[in-house]
Ligand binder design. Structure first.
Ligand code: WTA
Length: 651
């Protein structure tokens, strides 16, 4: 990165503005730009006092905290000396209120089976399973790996760990035995929770079998608890493996939430680094809980009659913060779905929205682009009039996909909250507040109250309006990561060394004349053509605005003359991948952005390689474009066959 100087060129021309409707704004808890600005300014003037007051109000304290923030960069302690419990705040806190018999979770399995849990029922289930965990020797500070399908027991398990002070490490159900073993070993996991299987596109994912393989290389694991879900045969190892239901038979539901230190670790969540082994991101109790709760309430303008659906898997941070901890702390009703969006048909999501009368839908751009590719007729079969608010997370959303979401799913009625955040940030950092902030397609708009971002160059100096640079956070916030499990050096190095005093997010961004932020992609992904630094998302969005393009990824490959040349990988919809189309797409980008952004190579592909959470793996595509072998961590890669196919085009 050393030869890169100055900012990143801004080439995106997006001027459409969508203010919230009068109707939405008047009913919203923060219903005008002025109201947002006032809250934001108040928080900015004294962020510590702002969070301190919220912490006091929003969480239950067994013992009060005596200091709001202890900041010894890069180590933060929030609500020092206090004792609380996340499971208490999610469950017990509602039991003496009208929410006691309100639905906490509405669940639907992929085969169509259903289950609902009220707050009182969920509380009882969590207490029972917490006692089951205790019965196999799990206590405060023990690490529990969770490798389960998206069933209510997954949320129950997370909350049960939180209740007794055990630290969960949820591992997405698509990971291999090798990845599970790596994570077990890195965290010294004591127990693994799994199931006989889970349903995915009509097939059984044999989770227990994968765990068995992982345990050959996981010496710290003493016990395995196995949930019966799919009824396929599994091997049970005597003395090590226990059936979930057998353990529950021997316990009652009396398990008071343990008062835990504000900074007691709540969970570890592994996320892939750009190179090397996955990082165990550490989050703790009180600050994380407060942040998940408040951001949920602000961003989704939560009301008690909402049916809220976040389509993420609990194996990702989005599932932690916005299926489990945020919504439940706020007393929401959350829909949880086990399976694939295209099973049995490509309209499954819209079927679920209609059937359960979902009011808030939170999903990922990668899913939206898939829906566009599958065709509007799947959407048009369903009545989506229950929806009032839409959200996206995980990647930048291309403006054309944003417009489709707005028109086809939101019927031009629902605001869209494009939420920017990271596993490391614990919760949403930048997003429109839907009743207050007019949206621009492709922009995550403004920081939430208490969040103070900046965009700087490599010397740490702020860049000008509309100039791209590094996105940093200038002040600690309660949801921030507290470290990388067992690797302080990497924690300091990666997030705190580039710009002293600031958290380096690792993304590039620009801020426009209205104070709106535009994420431009990962720092490592910038394309440098003849001294012009281009962001991947801008080239990709230009391609996606062509009617024949469903999805696109842009990367820089070495070029002797220009420094880098632009290689793009494109999946087409309703067109043949011909030489003419290649030329047309090159010309299209040239028209949309300018000659400097015209792609040098255009390759067609049926699918793009993605991480399991749906992010395009540009680093691997860069290796393909340059014809080199890929290095680094590929344990999060969705589909190796896509890579093989793309490489074959070289030959
Ligand atoms: C990207 C997901 C643009 C970004 C919650 C970030 C986004 C990384 C957006 C974190 C968005 C996430 N617009 N880019 N709205 N949301 N990203 O840890 O590069 O899985 O740094 O957390 O995703 O991904 P993670």
């Amino acid at each position: 990165m050393s030869e890169q100087t100055g900012g990143i060129d801004n080439v995106m021309q997006e001027t459409r503005l969508f203010p919230p409707s009068e109707e939405f704004a008047s009913a919203a808890s923060i219903g005008s730009l002025e109201a947002y600005q006032q809250l934001y300014d108040q928080a900015k003037a004294d962020p510590v006092a702002f969070w301190g007051e919220l912490g006091q109000q929003e969480l239950h304290w067994f013992e009060p905290f005596n200091e709001i923030l202890q900041w010894d960069e890069p180590y933060a302690k929030w609500f020092v000396g206090g004792k609380t419990n996340v499971s208490y705040n999610c469950l017990d806190a509602h039991l003496d209120t009208e929410r006691r018999d309100k639905l906490a979770i509405i669940w639907e399995g992929e085969p169509g089976d259903k289950r609902t849990l009220t707050y009182a029922q969920l509380h009882s289930e969590v207490c029972r399973f917490a006692n089951a965990l205790k019965s196999v020797g799990v206590g405060e500070g023990d690490v529990v790996s969770v490798y389960m399908p998206m069933v209510p027991e997954l949320a129950i398990a997370m909350l049960a760990c939180a209740r007794i002070g055990a630290i969960h490490s949820v591992i997405f159900g698509g990971f291999s035995a090798e990845s599970i073993a790596d994570r077990n070993n890195d965290a010294s996991a004591k127990v693994v929770l799994t199931a006989d299987g889970g349903w995915r596109r009509g097939k059984v994912l044999e989770l227990k079998k994968t765990v068995d393989e992982a345990l050959e290389k996981s010496p710290t694991v003493e016990s395995v608890i196995v949930l019966k879900r799919t009824e396929n045969a599994v091997e049970m190892v005597e003395g090590r493996d226990y059936w979930w239901h057998d353990l529950l038979d021997n316990v009652d539901d009396d398990c008071p939430a343990k008062p835990l230190d504000s900074e007691a670790p709540l969970f570890i969540l592994y996320t892939s680094g750009s190179t090397g082994k996955p990082k165990g991101i550490k989050h703790t109790t009180a600050g994380y809980n407060l942040y998940a709760k408040k951001t949920f309430e602000w961003v989704f303008d939560h009301r008690d009659d909402d049916i809220y659906w976040c389509t993420a898997d609990c194996g990702w941070i989005t599932g932690h913060s916005y299926i489990v901890y945020g919504p439940l702390s706020a007393g929401a009703t959350a829909l949880m779905y086990e399976g694939a969006p295209n099973f049995p048909e490509e309209d499954r999501f819209w079927d679920l929205v209609e059937k359960h009368q979902v009011t808030i839908l939170y999903t990922a751009p990668t899913a939206i682009r898939a829906f566009i590719k599958w065709g509007d007729h799947h959407v048009e079969k369903h009545d989506l009039s229950s929806l009032r608010l839409l959200g996206t997370v995980g990647e930048g959303i291309n403006p054309e996909a944003w417009i489709w979401y707005h028109e086809k799913i939101g019927s031009e009625r629902c605001p869209i909250v494009d939420t920017w955040w990271q596993t490391e940030t614990g919760g949403i950092m930048m997003s429109p507040l839907p009743g207050a902030i007019a949206t621009k397609p492709g922009s995550c708009t403004k920081p939430l109250p208490g969040i103070i971002p900046a965009i700087v160059d490599e010397s740490g100096a702020p860049v000008g309006q509309n100039q791209g640079g590094w996105l940093v956070m200038t002040h600690p916030w309660p949801g921030m990561l507290r470290g990388i499990w067992g690797d302080d050096e990497r924690f300091k190095d990666q997030y705190w060394s580039a710009v002293p005093g600031n958290y380096l997010a690792g993304d590039n961004a620009r801020c426009d004349e209205d104070g709106y932020y535009w994420i431009m992609g990962r720092i490592d992904d910038v394309i440098n053509v003849s001294g012009h630094r281009l962001s991947t998302i801008e080239v990709e969005s230009a391609l996606v605005s062509h009617p024949s393009v469903a999805e696109a990824a842009a990367v820089g490959r070495k070029d002797d003359l220009k420094g880098q040349a632009i290689a793009v990988f494109v999946t087409v919809v309703g067109a043949e991948p011909t030489e003419e189309l290649k030329q047309e797409l090159k010309q299209h980008v040239r028209n949309e952005i300018g000659a400097l952004a015209q792609p040098d190579d255009v390759r067609f592909t049926n699918a793009l390689p993605k991480t399991r959470s749906g992010k395009i793996m540009r680093r691997l595509l860069k290796d393909i474009a340059e014809g080199t072998e890929s290095v680094g961590d590929t344990s999060t890669l969705e589909d190796y066959s896509v890579l093989a196919q793309l490489r074959a085009q070289d030959e």
